[in-house]
Design a protein around this ligand. Structure first.
Ligand code: ACO
Length: 319
């Protein structure tokens, strides 16, 4: 016995940053960004804090699930950078929604949601929990180099939450990590120690896009294939794929590699760009609320990101 997803909810900032506005900030244009990535616009925090966004997503997911905050047994937040170094973002959510359960954060970059699901699975298997809240949210705009056109056009802020309850709808789940800080890295930025000898670096994202691209195309197909096999299913059994929303070309190439019809891949990268760990649950919530997911549907989810990490799973939709 593991879990079923009982409800989902998203939160994104109000401000829409278009490709045209970005073209006034760096040497780029709408045509390049759309053709190379599929991204048309993204959301960026102006007034909103990550705590407000995580709480909004959590509240929406709890409402969708019909679960009260005081019924929660565990909160896991996946994020690369919460409001504070400590307390964890999970504890901030717990405080704001009025829950009383344990709470903590996990950082697996864009794969964070699937990592959090795998952790939650362990709690369900050990019968330690009845209801778990997973919130995946990143605020990449504050760690983006807004002068680097090769990266600043790719990312956006936002994310989503899922409420998990006892059930048997997680059919398989796989995580990988391949420690590598050369192709993708965001340094901390500051160090207050007067004793520390190393030079400080700006806390902005550095990425060798081509390397990540090659890794991603292979990782998406390999991860989804393995999870489908582990679930005792074939590609034909899959009703929907909810892929990490990093680049439409990566999604198209993965669909081709897997032989799963492209129409089964849910995509909202055009509106949000890459929201890191927020990306997969944000797509899941939009598919859920658009009424695309029917009870019993088989859904494959897959993400990849800094680490380099990947996560993939197959679930049966239970709502
Ligand atoms: N506007 C216009 N031109 C640009 C831009 C831009 N925004 N960015 C780069 N270019 C130029 C380059 O300078 C280069 O010009 P040159 O040929 O004169 O040198 C040309 O466009 C091609 O650049 P490439 O980097 O080869 O472009 P590519 O087709 O590989 O696309 C991209 C780059 C979009 C970054 C792609 O490699 C990609 O999507 N990689 C995956 C990134 C990803 O998914 N990351 C996820 C993890 S993020 C995380 O975990 C936080």
């Amino acid at each position: 016995m593991s879990f079923s997803i009982l409800g989902t909810g998203k939160a994104v900032p109000e401000y829409i940053l278009t490709n045209d506005e970005l073209s006034t900030m760096v040497d780029t244009n709408d045509e390049w960004i759309k053709t190379r990535t599929g991204i048309e616009e993204r959301r960026v925090c102006k007034d909103e804090t990550i705590t407000e966004l995580t709480v909004k997503a959590a509240t929406a997911a709890l409402e969708d699930a019909g679960v009260k905050p005081e019924e929660l047994d565990l909160i896991i937040c996946s994020t690369m950078r919460g409001e504070n170094i400590t307390p964890s973002q999970g504890c901030m959510i717990q405080k704001e929604i009025g829950a009383t359960c344990p709470a903590f954060d996990v950082n697996a970059a864009c794969s964070g949601f699937i990592y959090a699901l795998d952790i939650a699975d362990g709690y369900f298997v050990r019968k330690k929990v009845k209801y778990v809240l997973v919130v995946s949210m990143d605020n990449l705009s504050n760690i983006t180099d807004w002068k680097d056109r090769s990266t600043c056009v790719l990312f956006g802020d936002g994310g989503a939450a899922a409420v998990l309850g006892e059930g048997d709808d997680l059919l398989s789940i796989n995580l990988t990590a391949n420690g590598n800080d050369e192709v993708l890295r965001i340094p901390h930025g500051t160090n207050s120690s007067p004793f520390y000898k190393h030079e400080e670096e700006r806390a902005v994202l550095h990425m060798a896009g081509n390397e990540v691209y090659k890794f991603a195309v292979n990782a998406m197909a390999t991860g989804i294939k393995k999870s489908i096999g582990d679930a005792g299913l074939t590609e034909d059994d899959v009703d929907h794929v909810i892929p990490h929303q990093a680049n439409i070309r990566i999604i198209n190439a993965s669909a081709k590699n897997l032989g799963i019809p492209r129409e089964k891949f849910f995509c909202n990268v055009n509106h949000y760009g890459n929201t890191s760990s927020g990306s997969v649950p944000l797509a899941l919530d939009e598919a859920n609320r658009a009424g695309l997911l029917k009870k019993g549907d088989i859904i494959a989810m897959c993400a990849f990101g800094a680490g380099l990490t990947t996560g993939s799973c197959v679930i049966r939709w239970a709502k």
